[in-house]
Write a protein that binds this ligand. Structure first.
Ligand code: SAM
Length: 466
């Protein structure tokens, strides 16, 4: 059979052994085009609202509540709704892990290998500003991209760490209610999407990665509190990295057991024979590209035996006087009513030098850890005023403020704003005659501007331009 994609022989042999009669269909799927997906940020907008305003065709992904397919020719990253953090672009199968972890507002959640944020942004949205998200990645450059995506999504209760998992395990014994371990893997499930992965693949690399995964699984299990849930995922079909690593954890940590995930008709079960024979491995999910409109993935959901103790560690901080004064003045100027739908909590404000942050509402042991961000960067204290940051604009929700300038998506001032231009705004369009405003595609905050004589001075940072 002629294939455009040249796949490694050893990989094909193993897949043939795994799939038997289905192997032909599996191989044919590599000739089909890949699919494209986006996931709606339901902390900022409902799916119903999104469907009303999205300017390109979308179709629901049947196994992910807030996921949509879009066409190859759409340019969703160019749309101002994307720059306003209303959706994340993500391969449809890759949306599955976060969708199968039941996160509740108030949970303490860890994403151990989080960059660039495909799962972390989903987890953060589910927390709805309550509780804590620790999003970590071992690579500094990747952790920077992670921070940016979390800022785009307006996640304020987050600690973005850049640490070795072993150091986190020391800091957070049995601390988290929910953990995602989306492990580094051989990427076999992504060969169609990214051919380069198949050129680097060897069976030995897969074995090496399985060792890393086992270590990470032990560390994750040790950070999970009794009663807590750990979701393990990879984007590979390799049994040694999937059922093999899961079996290892079940053997090493007798208090960890597999639990069922919300089903979908085209999911495949895990195969006990590809691990240590434990019948509960059937509870794992494998996504095959010949059975679904998505790439390959593997998921396992563990629960730690025991009951979760609920305890709250809330912050008891106090803002310094100057910060409170200039922030209050700024809030008055934009007509701040709420912050992400809740009253603004002054006990969470922290000033470091001239930088002002809104800390997560939960106190945790962050001391000594390398991190990129603790909470939300609100802005800077200048001599006698407060200058808001762009992430602050992105964290504001549509009903939080009075001073929003709503523009229809078709208005050419939106792309011009994203390009850094100064805009003309009529008195009817602006709620206040002058001062700080938020420019909004439809009604969703995109960024700040300062109005003087019907001219909006552009505050969209050049570093954020599409
Ligand atoms: N969860 C991410 C998402 O949905 O966007 C994708 C994560 S990717 C599959 C795996 C990540 O693990 C990479 O960002 C990589 O930097 C990180 N990583 C690699 N080796 C690691 C290790 N030994 N410990 C922790 N993280 C590691």
């Amino acid at each position: 059979m002629e294939r455009e994609l040249k796949l490694p022989e050893a990989f094909l042999d193993r897949m043939k052994e795994m799939l038997g009669e289905e192997f032909g269909e599996f191989i044919e799927s590599y000739e089909k085009p890949r699919t494209y997906g986006l996931r709606v940020n339901t902390f900022k907008i409902s799916c119903e609202e999104f469907e009303k305003i999205v300017p390109f065709p979308v179709k629901r992904i049947p196994w992910v509540e807030n996921g949509y397919f879009y066409g190859e020719d759409s340019r969703p990253a160019r749309c101002p709704l994307y720059q306003a953090g209303l959706y994340y672009l993500q391969e449809p199968s890759a949306m599955t892990p976060a969708s199968r972890l039941p996160v509740e507002p108030g949970d303490y959640v860890l994403d151990l290998c989080a960059a660039p944020g495909g799962k972390a942004t989903a987890l953060g949205a589910k927390l709805r500003g309550q509780g804590l998200l620790v999003a970590n990645d071992i690579s500094t450059s990747r952790a920077r991209a992670l921070l940016r995506n979390l800022e785009l999504f307006g996640i304020s209760n987050v600690f973005v760490a850049n640490e070795k998992p072993a150091r986190l395990a020391q800091a957070f014994p049995e601390f988290f209610h929910k953990i995602v371990l989306d492990a580094p893997c051989s990427g076999e499930g992504m060969f169609r999407k990214d051919e380069a992965l198949s050129r680097d693949w060897t069976p030995e690399k897969s074995q090496e990665l399985a060792k890393v995964q086992r270590e990470l699984l032990l560390q994750a299990a040790d950070m999970l509190r009794p009663g807590g849930l750990l979701l393990y995922s990879t984007c590979t079909f390799a049994p040694c990295e999937d059922e093999g690593s899961v079996s290892y954890l079940l053997e090493q940590r007798r208090d960890m057991e597999l639990t069922d995930m919300e089903a979908y008709e085209s999911f495949s079960q895990g195969n006990p024979a590809w691990g240590n024979g434990d019948a509960s491995l059937k509870k794992c999910i494998r996504i095959f590209p010949h059975k679904m409109n998505g790439e390959g993935h593997f998921l396992a959901l563990f629960q730690k035996k025991g009951a979760t103790l609920t305890e709250s560690r809330t912050l008891q901080g106090k803002p310094d006087k100057n910060t409170q004064k200039w922030l209050t003045e700024f809030f008055h100027e934009i007509g701040l009513k709420t912050f992400q739908g809740s009253p603004f909590d002054w006990t969470r404000v922290e000033t470091r030098g001239e930088k002002v942050y809104y800390l997560p509402p939960v106190q945790a042991n962050f001391r000594g850890l390398n991190f990129l961000r603790n909470g939300l960067y609100l802005g800077d204290l200048k001599k006698n005023r407060f200058e808001p940051s762009h992430p602050f604009a992105l964290a504001l929700h549509k009903d939080d403020i009075e001073a929003g300038i709503p523009l229809p998506l078709s208005d050419d001032r939106l792309p011009r704003y994203l390009n850094g231009e100064t805009l003309q705004i009529t008195p009817e369009e602006a709620p206040h005659p002058k001062g700080w405003h938020l420019l909004c595609p439809e009604t969703y905050p995109l960024g700040f501007g300062k109005l003087v004589n019907q001219t909006l001075k552009n505050k969209y940072p050049a570093t954020w331009r599409p």
